[in-house]
Design a protein around this ligand. Structure first.
Ligand code: SF4
Length: 391
């Protein structure tokens, strides 16, 4: 049997509150009802991290992502306390990408300069749209003017690495409106754009009462194709289904603008997840197994743990889960899957998947190249079908 080896390690930190809940959102986010327990929550996060440390002794964190919820509800002072607390407990690579999600409607809480000072070196702004009427339909707390203000705040603070989240397939959205939205995002000169489709997720307000005028599949395909052309013409390179980065040529001296943190998830790397409802995935190479962890989901339950473990559930991945999860996200990557990673990250022999891969190659869904397997154009169009083959 091949031996597992430890892949790169990331750290995800979840902040579970928002000003109010957006009707399309299925994240573990809770509308803020009173003053948030800022200090108590930072204290709990650091205790949570301490409890997880035995799983990753001696390993170095290569990226940190503070997501939510709305992390920018926490002032730079709290974020600084959090980052220095993390650094005091686990070794963080000097080159680590440290991202914080920010909602343009909450940024009066602190300047970007102060967040940079706190140790954040990449921001992800939830713009979603530049149309004020769409932002209203989406239940966002900000208007387009606040996105532009946030972008100008980022630039004047000297932040040179930021992502804009932008949705398409909005209610009543035409192709030209989707293109105008995207052009507005490009004009902000971000290093990265996450361009994703509005979907009706179960247990959201929109799933119970979908908004009128959602584009049909043909309209969505037209929007997606024309937006892809616009992004390409603007110098963005698609490296994952929804992720576009500027200057991805990291073989020369340019910085790699792809999200290093997300790439580690997609490549089946390891991550600790701290905070309410956060999930983690850790390889225990010495024990030849991979585990997943989930923390108590509701912020009140999470904060009530104090002396106990914050983990609500921990389980070991079986061979079939390892195979499926290894392929699930990597098939979405344009670069494809490094063949040597399979045994190193699952502990399983390549023969376990050889038959399926040969079939997918014969069907034209996968391209078998010397070092990598890549989804073909046909495979990308039928990604769900391709992913299901590894179930
Ligand atoms: S701001 Fe983001 S995390 Fe919060 S409710 Fe809206 S979509 Fe969800």
């Amino acid at each position: 049997m091949p031996q597992l080896s430890n892949p790169p390690l990331s750290l995800y930190i979840h902040i579970p509150w928002c000003v109010r809940k957006c009707p399309y959102c299925d994240f573990n986010s809770h509308a803020q009802k009173a003053e948030l327990p800022f200090s108590k929550y930072i204290e709990a996060l650091l205790k949570d991290l301490e409890n997880d440390l035995p799983q990753v002794w001696g390993r170095v964190v290569n990226s940190i992502f503070i997501g939510g919820g709305t992390p920018s509800l926490f002032s730079a002072e709290f974020i600084a306390e959090l980052i220095s607390g993390v650094r005091a407990r686990i070794s963080v690579s000097p080159a680590a990408e440290i991202t914080m999600e920010a909602n343009p409607g909450t940024l009066e809480h602190d300047s970007f300069a102060a967040y940079l000072e706190a140790g954040i070196n990449r921001f992800s702004l939830g713009a979603q749209s530049f149309s004020d009427s769409q932002l209203k339909t989406l239940g966002r707390i900000h208007a387009s003017a606040e996105i532009l203000q946030a972008v100008s705040g980022l630039k004047s603070a000297g932040a040179d690495n930021f992502n804009l989240d932008l949705m398409f397939g909005l209610p009543g959205q035409t192709q030209s409106q989707a293109l105008a939205d995207l052009q507005a995002a490009i004009d902000c000169q971000p290093q990265h754009i996450s361009h994703y489709q509005l979907t009706m997720e179960p247990n959201t307000l929109f799933a119970h009462k979908p908004p009128a005028g959602l584009p049909d599949n043909d309209q969505l395909a037209d929007i997606q194709d024309s937006c892809a052309e616009l992004l390409t013409a603007a110098g963005f390179v698609q490296y994952e289904v929804s992720a576009w980065a500027k200057s991805t040529d990291h073989r020369n001296s340019h910085r790699d603008n792809r999200s290093q943190h997300n790439l580690n998830y997609w490549r089946f790397g390891d991550y600790l997840g701290i905070g309410a409802g956060a999930h983690g995935k850790i390889t225990l190479a010495a024990e030849n197994r991979v585990i997943r962890t989930a923390k108590h989901r509701h912020p009140d339950d999470y904060l009530a743990q104090r002396d106990a473990s914050y983990i609500s559930k921990q389980w070991q991945l079986e061979s079939k889960d390892l195979i499926f999860e290894f392929f699930l996200n990597q098939l979405r990557l344009k670069d494809g899957i490094r063949k040597t990673d399979f045994s190193a990250r699952t502990g399983l022999p390549w023969e376990r998947v050889e038959g399926v891969i040969e079939k997918m190659v014969a069907n034209g869904l996968l391209l078998d190249q010397p070092q990598v397997l890549v989804s073909s154009a046909l495979g990308w169009r039928h990604l769900n079908l391709l992913q299901e083959q590894f179930l």
